[in-house]
Design a protein around this ligand. Sequence first.
Ligand code: AMP
Length: 632
Amino acid sequence: MLSYAEFYRRSIEQPEAFWDEQARLIDWHTPYTQVLDYSRAPFTHWYAGGTTNLCHNAVDRHLKDRADQNALIWVSTEVDREVTYTYAQLHTEVQKMAAVLKAQGVGKGDRVLIYMPMIPEAAFAMLACVRIGAIHSVVFGGFASVSLASRIDDAQPKVIVSADAGSRGGKVVPYKGLLDEAINLAQSKPSKVLMVNRGLAEMPMTAGRDEDYALLAAGLAGVAVPCEWVEAAHPSYTLYTSGTTGRPKGVQRDTGGYMVNVAASMKHIFMCNPGETYFSTSDIGWVVGHSYIIYGPLLNGMATIMYEGLPIRPDAGIWWSLVEKYKVTAMFSAPTAVRVLKKQDPAYLSKYDLSSLRALFLSGEPLDEPTAQWISDALKRPIIDNYWQTETGAPVLTIANGVEQKASKFGSPGIPMYGFNVKLFNESTGEELTGANEKGVVAIEGPLPPGFMQTVWRDDARYVNTYWKSIPGRQVYSTFDWGIRDQDGYYFILGRTDDVINVAGHRLGTREIEESISSHAQVAEVAVVGVADQLKGQVAMAFAVLKDPSKAATPNDALKLEGEIMKVVDEQLGAVARPARVRFVTLLPKTRSGKLLRRAIQAVCEGRDPGDLTTIEDPTALQQVKDLVQGS
Ligand code: AMP
């Protein structure tokens, strides 16, 4: 057996031979003629000339051996239901959805926006889209109308698939009103809206545009919709993510390369076998949900658990009871969820038989050592941190125990994964940092492996300018994360270099939140920063300058206005983006050239030294922030 070091070296030195071998994990309709066409660097075209289909590989090809095995296990502790679908049943449901989409005029290359809670129809819709060559764009159900409208305008979907409502902590979260508002705001209107009625909330229908999915699907039980064979580079989906500017980027992913990388990760990283059960607690609105609730487990012929609910409801044993019941072999969650569980009675962890579980994988935000240690002691299983991004599609830093067993180092997500030529660079000189424990920007040298984002949806220039031109003198992909590498080659991630914050594993752009707050009539100017938080990793803090400062003259007035501003953010972006506090100042700390000193504000909020302030225009501005923070 190859050591991981040899496996990795081969992936970097002979990427074509390496990825040619991995490509055997999936079915090709017609073989590719070239493993990698890199003639348009930094754009990669993996498996050029090959045709395939993501739904065929995730569903149809398993029918031969596992038609009666579980494919999708839906568990909702919100509505107290549990429904399982075998591969044969999933095949039927996906074809029904595909037939409905086709009847609405959706064809190859058309976009379908999916704005749904964690219900089976969301999975059917994703799989149905890729079955017919349509491009899905799932928008996290926690986003509200303005966030949704900007994504509708960028994706220009022909059809939107949605539902009457989600539910969180037993509380119904209606979707339809937000969706209608978003469509009103958007320039680009969908021709049809397919609604799944869960019977949870009002679902006013717009005649001629809105259709009840159940009515359209009734009677389609035996319908056959063949897979559309698409070129490997045909986009399978776009997924919006935040960056430095207020405008979210549509991360575009191919079909063939994505399938190969995700399938390979199931074997090399997650150590999973067909017929087993995988449980990712993420949401389909995030990349982890795409790769590890839907595509990875299904490509690998596994059953996947789709969970709607909280980790502590009806009690903190719910997830472990599912591990026992469905003999889960790999579980994937986020550090915030573990920190939530850590506050509960540890007895819940010893109540269930967890002997099937090989490892717990955690991702999405930094995993602090005490949290890792706590869950490791409680589960007595490997706890495997993994670092990646919406852009990368699969883990970049972790350990590949499916290739060679290695120990984790708590605090570090691990070492570079096969295919990722990870390097550190000085952000101002572009010098490569090769020594141990030097801090730099984590970057990846091309060619990027299969499954990485292809481009920014309809904006190649933005892809190149954003990701490939940020390190002086280098044509490398920047992750916009700070990192160091220790003497053993393990990386440590030290936070973002840009204005992106990470709240409970949710990636948010501070600019988006600032734009939303600024839309309040009283706000003249605002700065939003991410501040360290014990439970959520980071929370957003806002400091606003009012047009008329007398509006927040008394503590009561200030509180009232703070509540109003939070409501604006809730309504426009969604509660995920709501700042923990909105405080009022009379001016913001800026340099003499007018640049906002976010890092200094953040440092003060975290009780750290704000560093060099020689360029500050007016030091009293930072003092105001300090007084508010110390006074609270
Ligand atoms: P997203 O695109 O939403 O997956 O967010 C990606 C960002 O989350 C990365 O750029 C990191 O800042 C952060 N991140 C993800 N996983 C980890 C991890 N295991 N450790 C530290 N930070 C992480």
